[in-house]
Design a protein around this ligand. Structure first.
Ligand SMILES: *Cc1c(COP(=O)(O)O)cnc(C)c1O
Length: 383
């Protein structure tokens, strides 16, 4: 194994930033109070949570009372969708989502189908873009929720959320946005976007694993999905993970502070990578050519297995992904790539490279120098 791993899987997770760890340290050691306790140690914990909530609200442009801290991005998606669906049972039983959502959304909708809900899974075009007008056309008088992702985790396509938000607001149907990939990467303003609920997760922007956030617009009623104490204004029972909540806010603040510098740097690296890898025969870029996350370069190579590429890269100390982390290990081609109209032969040969803070130009050049040989070798071996 080479000494330094070239980590190109930032869409799966990111390393905890040292500065974030420092902000968390007191709450992992001396400040261990339960935020519900009335003595000083407990009040310190509550003050830390309140401060974190204010910071997150400030960055998303909402009120602190509209932010709930939860256990992860998946839980945030679950709470938004189940919480709204079950709270709206007397209004209707129809949900709208897209065919390229994360499984935290897709499997939640499928679960709700067992309770009498019906889901419309909207198609996408060849770039993975959702047509806002198709959202409008799918809305019926039975629709209780639309859930559309901000940016796709596999191919990086950024969806027209502001336009979708405008349409949903006009039809008075709540919109939930899975912004877990977008959080910390591009600016998010819940007012400008007209969204009613929005999910992010700290480990995708150099914060700790195991803490998510859900924005719920004031006046929206959702049913809690975890019963117990009245933490998080009754939305999520359980003693607060103070250190991680503090870390999530610190990580988001750093991401916002550095975004103006970091996003153009990543875009330049991404575009160099795309240019370099598309010289490989029978290769193609997946996702939208311009409306895509600054750090996402994803490809398909005809006639080979993505898993084989990953194993060859791993031998060189390069960490990458094929489709989403959750589906790797299974041989099924990605539901996202199939929804974009790729044939299974192309979709099986997918490679997702997602860049981040530690990556340099040298990392990119290394990949451009080794990948063509790996693809040629695998094709000679017959996949
Ligand atoms: C990672 C991810 C999730 C799940 O977040 P966790 O914190 O890992 O549970 C949900 N949606 C998208 C788009 C993601 O990328």
């Amino acid at each position: 194994m080479p000494e330094r791993i070239i980590y190109l899987d930032h869409a799966a997770t990111t390393a905890l930033d040292r500065r974030v760890l420092e902000a968390m340290m007191p709450y992992l050691t001396t400040e261990y109070g339960n935020a519900s306790s009335i003595y000083t140690l407990g009040r310190h914990a509550m003050q830390a949570i309140d401060g974190a909530r204010e910071q997150v609200a400030d960055m998303l442009n909402c009120r602190p009372t509209e932010i709930a801290f939860v256990g992860c991005g998946s839980e945030s998606d679950n709470l938004a969708i189940k919480g709204m669906a079950f709270a709206s049972k007397n209004k209707g039983n129809h949900l709208i989502t897209s065919s390229i959502e994360h499984h935290a959304v897709l499997h939640t909708c499928q679960y709700l189908e067992r309770f009498g809900f019906k889901t419309t899974y909207l198609p996408v075009d060849e770039y993975g873009s959702i047509d806002p007008d198709a959202v409008g056309r799918a809305i019926t008088d039975q629709t209780v929720l639309v859930s559309i992702m901000f940016a796709n985790n596999e191919v990086g396509t950024i969806e027209p959320i502001a336009e979708i938000g405008r349409i949903c607001r006009a039809k008075k149907v709540p919109l939930h946005v899975d912004a877990v990939q977008a959080g910390g990467a591009i600016p998010i303003d819940v007012i400008a976007l007209n969204v009613d609920m929005l999910s992010i997760s700290a480990h995708k922007f150099y914060g700790p694993k195991g803490v998510g956030m859900l924005y719920v617009r004031q006046g929206m009623r959702i049913l809690p999905q975890l019963q117990g104490g009245s933490q998080e204004r009754g939305r999520r029972a359980g003693t607060e993970n103070v250190a991680s909540i503090v870390g999530a806010a610190a990580a988001l603040r750093l991401a916002y502070e550095e975004m103006e510098q970091e996003a153009p740097r990543l875009i330049a690296l991404r575009d160099r990578l795309i240019e370099g890898l598309l010289t490989i025969p029978a290769s193609r870029l997946t996702g939208h050519p311009t409306q895509r996350l600054p750090n996402n370069a994803s490809f398909c190579f005809e006639g080979i297995e993505g898993e084989s590429i990953l194993l060859n890269l791993d031998l060189l100390g390069i960490a990458a992904s094929s489709g989403s982390a959750c589906t790797s290990g299974s041989v099924d081609p990605s539901h996202v790539l199939l929804a974009m109209g790729l044939s299974p032969e192309w979709a099986r040969g997918s490679l997702r490279l997602t860049l981040g803070r530690e990556n340099t130009e040298a990392d990119i050049e290394k990949l451009i120098s080794v990948l063509p040989g790996i693809i040629t070798k695998l094709r000679m071996l017959g996949g």
